[in-house]
Design a protein around this ligand. Structure first.
Ligand SMILES: Cc1ncc(COP(=O)(O)O)c(C=O)c1O
Length: 324
């Protein structure tokens, strides 16, 4: 859509993509190409197209509230983007990123809204579209309906799924600004976006999404997510003060998402994640660690007792695995 937007607007030379290092956007060839060449996709590397990859943001969570530190940590990413735009801005059509939380490939790496805002500003300056992949972060996960709201930005294109239908039916939506829409809307059929899928516009999916949005408003879900965030923080504090404390590299929380990163070497192919998952399953919770990060993204309806029980299971399971 981003490429064809420029094609339809008479700027066909804008056809290169930029991605934030460590991103995950899916398993089709296009989305694998703009994603990190992690263990998930490296088998397909020879078949993927080239993109420009910015450094992965590395901001210690403890520095999220410190302006001067944030500037220092995000500088390498901004420097790389600025220099790319200066040399190749005319050929670049879009920057794609997961706003604030880089999930599957990066092991739930968090970066602050300041970086998102700055990447957005630079993109605007060089007429590059910003594609926000809110498939995971959207629908309230981070405490706002869209993670982009934390940065006070609205992207040109946005991908939504997962929570959009409350997880009840498979459903996804790609949103675009009016300006992009208008570039496709013409009597000349060649400007059409000829990309439909078997289930595009599926009426039951749309109905489920509308119903989920009604519940979202009627039950003030964002307030619930705020309570969930406080719960996560309290449990992380307790666990960090306990026997696992010395093994924890960092705890991170944003909205309904909580991550405990352990001091471990190795990637997703390591044994830690699988063993924690099995130990937790035996105790009644389905947890799926990624690399050295054990994360929880509970449904918003989880009760305080259920959350406490989940953290007990998490703690016991990790202790069991690290002991053996
Ligand atoms: C950020 C992000 N983008 C894209 C996807 C892939 O979505 P789909 O499976 O609908 O292609 C995922 C799935 O986990 C995701 O987390």
């Amino acid at each position: 859509m981003a490429y064809q937007y420029y094609l339809n607007s008479g700027r066909p030379q804008k056809q290169e993509f930029v991605t934030l290092g460590g991103g995950y956007h899916g398993d089709t060839f296009g989305t694998m190409s703009v994603g990190a060449r992690s263990v998930f996709h490296e088998a397909f590397a020879p078949l993927l197209f080239d993109v420009h990859t910015l450094p992965q943001p590395k901001v210690p969570f403890a520095d999220f509230d410190r302006d001067y530190k944030i500037k220092e940590h995000i500088a390498p990413v901004l420097k790389a983007y600025r220099s790319l735009l200066t040399s190749r801005g005319d050929s670049i059509c879009a920057l794609i990123l997961e706003p604030l939380i880089q999930g599957a490939s990066a092991g739930f790496n968090f970066y602050p809204p300041e970086l998102l805002r700055a990447l957005y500003d630079l993109s605007k300056q060089y007429d590059v579209l910003l594609i926000a992949d809110e498939v995971f972060t959207g629908s309230g996960r981070t405490g706002k309906f869209y993670a982009c709201e934390w940065a006070g930005i609205w992207p040109d294109i946005m991908a939504l799924s997962k929570g959009l239908s409350g997880g009840t039916l498979p459903f996804a939506a790609t949103l675009a600004t009016e300006e992009i829409f208008q570039a496709f809307y013409s009597d000349d059929r060649k400007t059409t976006l000829f990309h439909g899928h078997s289930m595009t516009g599926s009426p039951p999916g749309c109905a489920a999404a509308l119903a989920a949005l009604d519940v979202f408003e009627a039950q003030n879900i964002l307030e619930r997510v705020g309570r969930l965030e406080s719960g996560h923080r309290a449990h992380q504090k307790r666990i960090t003060a306990g026997p696992l404390g010395a093994r924890i590299r960092e705890g991170r929380v944003l909205g309904s998402v909580a991550v405990l990163e352990f001091n471990l070497e190795g990637d997703y192919t390591g044994e830690f994640g699988w063993r924690v998952m099995q130990a937790a399953l035996g105790r009644g919770a389905l947890i799926r660690p990624l690399g050295s990060a054990v994360y929880l993204t509970p449904p918003y309806i989880i009760t305080a007792d259920q959350l406490a029980q989940t953290y007990e299971i998490l703690e016991e399971s990790v202790i069991e695995v690290l002991k053996n």
